[in-house]
Design a binder for this molecule. Structure first.
Ligand code: CU
Length: 153
């Protein structure tokens, strides 16, 4: 191997390692990884499986909430939820039938909700207002009517 090849190889591998370190640091140290959650659930038994046997808003104290939500054609259960300003809400969601999506325009909340999988995504609502929650995954003839709101006040 010539001297130039050695330099070229070292630089190439070095650049690769630097990029991997940057991505690893962003994902694990800064928590910038994409929302993903590998917990699964039997989609036939959503109503019998905790926590989805009792969907609703759970007050965890310290202005933190968990919103246990099921999605089905064509509704979010529960809908029209209310939280105080500054609330950190962890959405815990699953689908009872087909693939749905959850999106809150103006925020980073945007995820697929698939039958058989539990989706978790957290958002802090710093601004008061009425936020639209909509299904952004075509799920059938009533898809355009699948939305609800979360009111922050
Ligand atoms: Cu839907």
């Amino acid at each position: 191997m010539s001297k130039l090849e050695e330099i070229w190889m070292t630089v190439s591998v070095g650049v690769l390692v630097i990029f991997m370190v940057i991505v690893g640091y962003q994902t694990y140290a800064l928590g910038m990884g994409p929302p993903s959650h590998k917990e699964t659930i039997d989609p036939q038994k959503v109503e019998q499986t905790a926590p989805f046997d009792n969907p609703g808003l759970i007050d965890l104290g310290d202005n933190k909430y968990e919103l246990v939500m099921t999605l089905e054609a064509f509704a979010f259960n529960p809908g029209n939820v209310e939280v105080p300003v500054g609330a950190e809400v962890e959405f815990t969601m699953t689908s009872k039938d087909v693939s749905h999506g959850v999106q809150i325009p103006g925020t980073n909340v945007n995820a697929m909700v698939l039958p058989g999988h539990i989706q978790k995504i957290t958002h802090t609502f710093d601004e008061p207002g009425e936020y639209l929650i909509l299904c952004n995954e075509y799920c059938g003839t009533g898809h355009q009517a699948m939305f609800t709101t979360i009111t922050v006040k």
